[in-house]
Design a protein around this ligand. Structure first.
Ligand SMILES: Cc1ncc(C[n+]2csc(CCOP(=O)(O)OP(=O)(O)O)c2C)c(N)n1
Ligand code: SF4
Ligand SMILES: [Mg+2]
Length: 404
């Protein structure tokens, strides 16, 4: 590997959360998985949890490769078995935060039974499901979420099966936190993952995502960017929405938001309670009584809160420092002053036109079109833009002349 690439990798802002020695990754251009991993890494950082106490488990598939790229303890398990492995890890060491990151085929197809039972038990896991409506890694077969009529390699005349709506399935099974976003909603994805990392119980986050290579191409839906535009145009934000209303039709509306957030005892809490009933307060799990474990948990929460507070303080200081530097450093000041002078000289004719437009015709238009109180800024803007455009061609033609 050339030194340039090594330096580039080491300097990446993702160097602490991704295994840079495994880069470049296998994901196709325009695939949504990469941006989801980015959101996940950001959420881990923002949450303040100890990365040494985090485990990521994936099944098989393109999404299943996530476990191999993140710089945390991780396991790439067999197809559909991410949830049982994650459950085992959580039960063996309840202090760990366990995240399952996998595809909808892996989680709701071959692993569907594990998914519903982990939700039913309120197992303390965060499940991130990349839903691209296809078995990406194996050539684009139909999955349990492929919308009706969509083409897949196994449904060449269009899908005639009834798809799952995963939020509805998870709600019916008992999940205590359910959210859905698309891979275009990176900030919301980060926020949901952060929330899920900091809560107890079974959290399910679905991310609708483009697979340009197998799903979009076969369905003639353009590339990844076209699909992000479709998400932008067709997403409907409905926090708390009844999950029965979250079905997705082929290229239809996509209801997004946080649908469910409720508390009930987790699997471990319920099993503790049962054990205490049987053997009394002396009951121990891995050599610790319940009050001892609770005290440890409280101490960990305090550490997390302290890390979050320190991060917030650091961010605030950075913000303040950036303002200070731009005002006080003399060299920067000089450069800014020069730039401002230059810009002012260049902008003169346009400014004049804008000023003219502002003083006369704008007022007239507003006065004619609307009563005084309701005068909107919109018509004024139009006139200003027109005036600016009038002035602009002069500038462009000069420029063209000099180029010639
Ligand atoms: C037991 C078993 N059956 C089938 C496969 C083949 N297989 C590998 S990945 C995959 C589909 C994965 O689809 P999904 O979970 O949606 O992930 P994506 O590739 O779309 O991210 C299948 C069927 C396998 N590896 N093991
Ligand atoms: S085949 Fe599809 S899901 Fe797999 S990496 Fe490529 S675009 Fe992503
Ligand atoms: Mg898939």
């Amino acid at each position: 590997m050339s030194t340039d690439i090594i330096t580039f990798k080491a300097g990446s802002p993702m160097a602490s959360t991704l295994r840079m020695d495994r880069m470049p990754h296998i994901w196709c251009p325009g695939c949504g998985i990469g941006s989801e991993v980015n959101s996940f890494a950001e959420a881990v950082k923002r949450s303040g949890i100890d990365p040494k106490k985090l485990v990521v488990v994936s099944g098989i598939g393109c999404t299943g490769r996530v476990a191999g790229y993140v710089n945390f303890d991780s396991m790439h398990t067999t197809h559909g078995r991410a949830i049982p492995v994650a459950t085992g890890i959580k039960l063996a060491n309840p202090e760990l935060t366990v995240v399952v990151f996998s595809g909808e085929g892996d989680l709701a197809g071959i692993g569907g039974n594990h998914l519903i039972h982990a939700a039913r038990r309120n197992m303390d896991l965060v499940v991130i499901c990349n839903n691209n409506f296809t078995y990406g890694m194996t050539g684009g077969q139909v999955t349990p979420t492929t919308p009706g009529s969509a083409m897949a390699s196994t449904t060449p005349y269009g899908n005639y099966e009834y798809p799952f709506s995963l939020p509805f399935l998870m709600d019916a099974a008992g999940a205590t936190y359910i959210a859905r976003w698309t891979s275009m909603h990176s900030r919301n994805v980060t926020q949901s993952i952060e929330e899920a990392l900091l809560r107890k119980g079974f959290s399910f986050i679905e991310i609708i995502s483009p697979c340009p290579t197998l799903y979009l191409r076969r369905n003639r839906l353009g590339d990844g960017v076209d699909q992000l535009q479709n998400y932008q145009d067709n997403s409907i934000l409905k926090h708390g929405c009844d999950t029965r209303e979250t079905a997705i039709d082929f290229q239809g509306k996509i209801v997004i938001g946080k649908f469910v957030e409720k508390n009930k005892p987790t699997y471990l809490e319920a099993s503790d309670k049962c054990a205490v009933k049987l053997v009394g307060d002396d009951y121990q799990l891995y050599g610790k009584t319940i009050p001892e474990r609770e005290a440890e948990e409280k101490a960990e929460k305090e550490k997390i809160a302290a890390r979050r507070a320190a991060m917030a303080e650091e961010e605030a200081q950075e913000e303040a420092a950036s303002h200070k530097v731009s005002v006080s450093a003399p060299a920067v000041k000089e450069v800014l002053a020069k730039a401002a002078k230059k810009a002012a000289a260049k902008a003169k004719p346009v400014r004049k036109a804008v000023a003219k437009a502002k003083t006369r015709p704008v007022k007239k238009t507003v006065a004619k079109a609307q009563p005084k109180k309701a005068a909107s800024k919109a018509p004024a803007k139009k006139v200003v833009v027109k005036a600016a455009k009038k002035a602009a061609p002069k500038k462009t033609s000069k420029l063209n002349k000099t180029r010639k």
